[in-house]
Design a protein around this ligand. Structure first.
Ligand SMILES: *Cc1c(COP(=O)(O)O)cnc(C)c1O
Length: 361
């Protein structure tokens, strides 16, 4: 649905051997128009060949034991026709921390940022990009497209229980549309445990996504948009969504988001939203947020992430009981923060925090 896996031709493959180095690689391709004109079978075969990296070993610590981590970054087509990436240095810094957290050498942040900006720039030059569409302004960019950039680590060959000492960094691009397709904005709590203290909850790692995928699938099968995780110890405090951070505007006008610790992923969109809301004069608190407080006293809720952007949550169901927030439609603050975030990302509002970085070729 939202993710179409047609990897764009330019990829980046780097590796750690005493130090980090790597190259941009142009995978097999035709022009975007020629590829569109192919039969579906031929196009799929071409895309499968593009998703093939013969230099990467199949059996290794990532494929066998989940010792891998990744990032999600977006390049946004700008109103002025250029292409810019949202806070790529933040993603490179987190990628490096995640790798170190998994016991492997952290990626060279400058190299990672160059790979992020350089793959998007090179692909755009070949025409593999998304063009700005003024129609997007009509729904606050909820239906807008962008380029999804996925850096990830991949370990050297191995099968014994061990850490990766000489990982690869791979960066691929693909096209995305809205992540939450907007059928509904209803969320449901899950009693599955995504992360616990002394674990890997703070790391953007492959292994954490096992539970996220299962819980999200359960939520969707139940007719909900998203699953909300509670803390592992008491099942009392809200932690986050399956791949996004959680915010609740209290009826007294305070915006609360669960404080970071070792069980919550430090989202870059979360951090940006805290800055945007504070800048609008909203009082923002990072602290423990109980489920009870949200159900009793929540006026608006939303989740944030690179894929989710800012997505309103209009109701939360816990143990079969549904509570709607406000009028059961996206609230005023959610809407105004969404307009601001997307406005900055798509270049219709001034980039007053210096978040947007042009792609390079
Ligand atoms: C990636 C991710 C987020 C969102 O982080 P962003 O930097 O805003 O994209 C939130 N929670 C989890 C578990 C994640 O993996």
């Amino acid at each position: 649905m939202a993710f179409t896996l047609s990897i764009h031709p330019w990829v980046f493959v780097g590796k750690f051997n005493e130090s980090w180095s790597g190259d941009f690689i142009e995978q097999e391709h035709l022009s975007p128009e020629e590829e569109a004109a192919l039969s579906e079978a031929d196009r799929n075969a071409l895309h499968e060949r593009r998703n093939s990296f013969p230099q990467l070993p199949l059996v290794n610590f990532t494929s066998q034991y989940g010792l891998g981590c990744f990032e999600g970054v977006k390049a946004f087509p700008q109103k002025d026709g250029s292409l810019k990436v949202f806070r790529p240095e933040e993603n490179s810094a987190r990628m490096s921390r995640s790798m170190a957290g998994l016991g492997m050498p952290g990626v060279d942040e400058e190299l990672c940022t160059k790979a992020i900006l350089g793959t998007a720039g090179r692909n755009a030059e070949l025409g593999f990009t998304v063009k700005y569409n003024p129609q997007w302004e009509k729904d606050s960019f909820q239906s807008a497209g962008s380029i999804y950039i996925r850096p990830f680590s991949w370990s050297e060959p191995g099968i014994g229980i061990n850490l990766s000492k000489n990982p690869w960094l791979v960066v691929i691009n693909t096209e995305v549309s809205a992540y939450f397709a907007g059928e509904n904005y209803n969320a449901v709590t899950t009693d599955m445990i995504r992360s616990n203290h002394k674990g890997t909850g703070w790391i953007k790692c492959d292994a954490n996504y096992v539970i996220s995928c299962l819980a999200k699938n359960q939520a969707i099968e139940g007719g909900f948009m998203e699953a909300i995780f509670l803390d592992a110890v008491e099942q009392k405090y809200i932690e986050e969504g399956s791949s996004c951070n959680f915010f609740c505007l209290k009826k007294d006008g305070t915006l609360v988001t669960p404080e970071l610790g070792d069980t919550i992923l430090p989202g870059i969109t979360r951090k940006s939203l805290i800055e945007l809301a504070s800048d609008q004069g909203v009082k923002v608190e990072e602290r423990k947020l109980s489920l009870e407080e949200v159900l009793d006293d929540g006026a608006e809720c939303f989740v944030t992430g690179t894929a989710a952007g800012l997505t309103p949550i209009t109701s939360l169901t816990h143990k079969g009981k549904e509570i709607s927030f406000g009028k059961g439609t996206p609230g005023e603050l959610s809407q105004s923060l969404l307009n601001e975030l997307k406005g900055i990302q798509y270049g219709v509002l001034e980039d007053r925090f210096g978040w947007m970085v042009p792609v390079i070729s």
